[in-house]
Design a protein around this ligand. Structure first.
Ligand code: PBG
Length: 327
């Protein structure tokens, strides 16, 4: 061999050659679109911190799901914004609650043409904005909260959800939901566990999207993970799998690619990543200022998330990237 060896450079000479030797391929099948549906509105509402994303009416949600199906996107995940919030978040299990009726609408319109996932948490439904029952000291009570999650899981199952995705980070939530589903005749309904979910500053725009403010300037550091910890994420994942999770998720995505890679090396179940609202907002803000090429950066982030090991990605870019990949 003569040095300098040029082997690596030789394989980068043309776009088709680069395509042929690409190790990671991003496709429309990798995408899941998070969608918001809000009770009591007659027009879709834009969300300032999430340009291009809307709080949908029931009708505009159905239309948006139709557009995703046409683009070939295989999945969506639904978040609800109720008119009425209370300390327990009871709209989360009301059979006529906004997510439950929206799931029925989608099922009726499209059957199984798109996988309808439902986020399961109560923070969008509680008046204090926490993911569970809060005691007199402002702490979220783990085990009492599991009872709420069981009821929400059954309500979502009865509405016709395809995948239940618990995001509240209570200990034992997967086992509690699995048992409730099994007892209710939904043994075949899979659980996508938000297993490694960090107490992240990248959720800000999402809280605008679901009209959530955590009471008294609080945060979720008491139940979501500390960004300093990686080994702990593996413990969370092992526990969720032992409790019966069918798929697991790492969230956020880009600042946690090391966690995704570790998870990929450790588990063989489908692995999801959530490119969260703040990740999307950063891309959009920089692109709007002309500081980065938005389309190229979007594809690069998603390719990186796949390269790290994700099987599919929840992303607000789903529709636009599906469009890019088509053309
Ligand atoms: C909790 C939940 C959150 C997100 C998804 N599910 C917010 C939180 O934990 O505070 C954030 C998603 C995003 O930022 O895009 N129900």
């Amino acid at each position: 061999m003569t040095f300098p060896d040029r082997r690596l450079r030789r394989l980068r000479t043309t776009p088709t050659l680069r395509r042929l030797v690409a190790e990671t391929r991003l496709g429309v099948d990798d995408l899941v679109a998070p969608l918001f549906v809000r009770e009591g509105i007659t027009e879709p509402q834009s969300i300032e911190s999430l340009p291009g994303v809307f709080q949908h009416t029931r009708a505009s949600l159905v239309a948006e799901a139709g557009r995703l199906i046409e683009l070939g996107v295989p999945g969506l995940i639904l978040f609800g914004v109720p008119e009425r919030k209370d300390p327990e978040g009871s709209e989360a299990w009301n059979p006529d609650g906004i997510v439950q009726v929206a799931v029925k609408d989608l099922r009726q319109a499209y059957g199984t043409d798109i996988v309808i996932m439902t986020d399961l948490c109560v923070d969008e439904y509680t008046d204090h904005g926490h993911c569970g029952i809060v005691d007199d000291h402002g702490n979220v009570v783990n085990d009492a909260t599991l009872e709420l999650y069981r009821k929400a899981a059954v309500a979502q199952a009865e509405a016709g959800s395809d995948v239940i995705a618990p995001s509240g980070m209570m200990d034992g939530q997967v086992a509690a939901i699995r048992t409730a589903l099994d007892q209710n005749g939904s043994e075949n309904l899979p659980i996508l566990a938000y297993a490694a979910k960090y107490a992240s500053s990248f959720y800000g725009p999402f809280r605008d999207a679901v009209d959530v403010t955590i009471a008294d300037g609080g945060d979720r550091k008491g139940y979501q993970q500390d960004p300093s910890n990686a080994r702990e994420a593996m413990e969370e994942i092992r526990l969720d799998l032992a409790e019966g999770a069918d798929m697991i998720m790492v969230k956020p995505a880009l600042p946690y690619l090391d966690i995704l890679l570790r998870a990929r090396l450790e588990v063989d179940v489908p692995l999801a990543a959530y490119q969260v609202s703040g990740e999307y907002a950063m891309l959009k803000a920089a692109a709007a200022n002309g500081w980065i090429d938005g389309d190229a950066a979007a594809l690069e982030t998603l390719t990186s998330i796949k390269r790290a090991g994700a099987d599919f990605i929840l992303t607000y870019l789903a529709a636009e990237v599906a469009q890019m990949l088509q053309s």
